[in-house]
Design a protein around this ligand. Structure first.
Ligand code: F6P
Length: 364
């Protein structure tokens, strides 16, 4: 009998449940494999009492259409920086990585399947280096993992953002306004780029192409020449002006290591006003609507393939690797290769060229 432990780490993402379901269903074919889920990533193992649940065909029936993850997730589950509360109430982080590796072995798990983004895969790699058998599955709506062409969840997020652009175009047009839609994308502007093209925005601002505020003002003014213009802008949360910085703040959540992005749409309005842009401007932050809800068909199919492949790799003992979707094929790479570079938008790519070809300005 082989026991496999699965966990979902980092921000949630449409399709997590579809991966879980595929793993469990594939395991069921074997007859001698049991699948367990650790609640809230590695925390379920490290907590006392532990929170580990058995996942069966019955548990996962029909969950592929649901958003979120039935085993919970967290951005605060790094065994190398495990959060504890001291007797005086203060929080501190301690390294429980060795304990983690030992516990997985002692509990008789053959392998851990870790479904997560860049941060989670880095943790998986570090635990693998310490001897823990692990297989990774790439997740994030940002699509910023370079080893794979698509992470599941991305296409669903793009559709959500595109639906928002569609709606904002009609209201911008009715009021002759500039409407700025802020979408997710910390270091990669994929959601912004795809939804700007799909929705027909005039301006798209992404982290990979720092913008010149004067160029944006000019593009806006060119649309208002006859006094009846309107402009839709899609901006990624990680976009920044030339010679400027991203709009972010330190998180006040204990154990949350990332900067909290958000507010760049309001920042852009301010900058436009400062350079004399006279248009009426409204902003909208799409936020976590992009992450919640049911995955679209593409993401369900991709997530299912990832789940089946991950289970087959686990059974075959192909540890220290992450499942990938590259050039239309499901394959795998080492966790080292999976985490060495981000998947950023290439400003010289045909996608950017095509966007420019239909008149979208990147403010460059
Ligand atoms: O990495 C995925 C992502 O959706 C980013 O685009 C965004 O900045 C971040 O997660 C938000 O995370 P949280 O939900 O922890 O605020």
């Amino acid at each position: 009998m082989k026991k496999i432990l699965i966990l979902t780490g980092g921000g949630d993402c449409p399709g997590l449940n579809a991966v879980i379901r595929a793993i469990v269903k594939r395991a069921d074919h074997e007859g001698d494999v049991e699948v367990y889920g650790s609640i809230e990533a590695y925390n379920g193992v490290l907590r006392s009492p532990q929170e580990i649940i058995r996942l069966t065909n019955k548990t996962v029936a029909g969950i592929h259409v649901k958003g979120g993850t039935i085993i919970g997730t967290t951005t605060k589950s790094d065994p190398f920086h495990y959060m504890i509360t001291k007797e005086n109430g203060e929080k501190e982080t301690i390294d429980r990585s060795d304990e983690m590796v030992t516990m997985i072995k002692d509990m008789g798990f053959h392998c851990v399947i870790s479904i997560g983004g860049d941060g989670s895969q880095r943790i998986s790699k570090a635990l693998f280096d310490k001897g823990m058998p692990v297989v990774g599955v790439p997740k994030t709506i940002d699509n910023d993992l370079s080893a794979t062409d698509y992470t599941f969840g991305f296409q669903t997020a793009v559709q959500e953002a595109t639906d928002a652009v569609d709606k904002l175009v009609s209201t911008a047009e009715s009021h002759h306004r500039v409407i700025i839609l802020e979408v997710m994308g910390r270091s990669a502007g994929w959601i912004a780029l795809h939804s700007a093209i799909a929705g027909g925005a005039e301006i798209c601002l992404i982290p990979e192409i720092p913008y010149d505020i004067e160029a944006i003002k000019e593009r806006i003014e060119s649309r208002y020449k006859d006094g009846r213009g309107f402009v839709n802008i899609v901006i990624a949360e990680g976009a920044k002006p030339k010679d400027g910085t991203i709009t972010a703040r330190e998180s006040d959540e204990a154990g949350y290591q990332n900067l909290r992005l958000g507010g760049v749409a309001f920042q852009l309005t301010q900058q436009l006003k400062e350079v004399g842009c006279k248009a009426d401007i409204r902003e909208m932050v799409l936020g976590h609507l992009q992450r919640g809800g049911s995955p679209n068909a593409f993401d369900r199919v991709l997530a299912t393939q990832y789940g089946v492949k991950a289970m087959e790799m686990a059974l075959a003992g192909e540890f220290g690797k992450m499942v990938t979707f590259k050039n239309n094929e499901i394959s795998s790479v080492s966790l080292e290769a999976a985490t060495e570079a981000y998947n950023n938008v290439d400003p010289r790519s045909f996608l950017v060229h095509a966007a420019k070809g239909i008149g979208i300005s990147f403010g460059d």
